[in-house]
Design a binder for this molecule. Sequence first.
Ligand code: NI
Length: 392
Amino acid sequence: MSDIRSFVDTIFDELVSIRRDIHAHPELGMHEVRTSALIRSELEKMGVDEIRQPLPTAVVALIHGKKGPGKCVALRADIDALPVHEETGLPFASETEGIMHACGHDGHTATLLAAARILKSMENDFAGEVRFFFQQAEEIGQGARQFVAAGLLEGVDRIYGQHVTNTLNVGQVGIVAGPLNASCDFFRIDVKGKGAHVSMPHKGVDALYVASQIVVAVQSIVARSTDPMESAVVGIGKAWAGTQYNIVAEEAVLEGTVRTFLPEVREATNRRLTDIVEKTAEMLGANASIVIKNYSNPLINDADATKEAKLVAQEIVGAENIVTDYPKSMMAEDFADYLPHCKGTFVYFGTHSNKPGTDRPNHNGYFDIDEEGLLVACNMFVRYALYALGTK
Ligand code: NI
């Protein structure tokens, strides 16, 4: 297997050109039409055993090892972009106004294509099956659960995914067992009051005032109702109300998110949120309703799969470059939705260097990656798959 690294090196230019092509043509979740067509055509060129499109913009490829039946490992890349205006000025910057690959999913996709090409060329050397998940709609928390619902995890023994991060240098990987990313629930609160002229507030019920009290009151959930040893976020990012400066607002809407790691904290937070919304409105003479949508489960890496990833990473980057205390984050990642169904792990690989833009955080208009980091990721995909299939 010692020739994998040199093989990855030889296809690096192609990996980079595919990444830049995808970067220039970003598409939002559930709209990855060009991206999925590009993935399909690259897979057809490689001659993989089977290509499926289980959902309109998702692509799944299968490669069967020629040594016979065996285990099944799934490798996953997310393929969607973000509603962010690109500011990098790069020659391959987004050609679509207001949409950008600001989370590195262009790199994930190109890397998984490169890994498929390598594993196809090695098909005589292993037994079992590799499934390549080119998953749509990660950023809106929909894609992974659609893959699960489509039965694509059936028969899968291990699933492996990874993400770029500019918090680590090229050559470093963050591998952590247990909780890594938080759950994500979206909520929308509708407050109904009664309109009146602002000069006669007693004739109306001010939905804007009630919504403001709700914004303040829900902060007590983390401060006063959550075990201080546990983590939770209740954030409201959007609010609108009223129609005119001199009319008591009849309606107000708030949108926000709840993030937690533990199911019991998640349930208690959402219950308390609902209570506070309804009772605050009632106390002030208004009506309020709340809708909570489950966008993503917490991401909890399996201990066995994580240990395997560490062994694989040791061979690629050396034990000294494995960051085992990579910090947990309240950001969500929908890879989490695979993990209740199958043993798997999610790894962060470094893309930071001296190159401009690689010090920027994800979801920022100046975000860029050092593409050398993708070499490590490609090696990890290939070697993890071979390891999980029992081929050293
Ligand atoms: Ni991402």
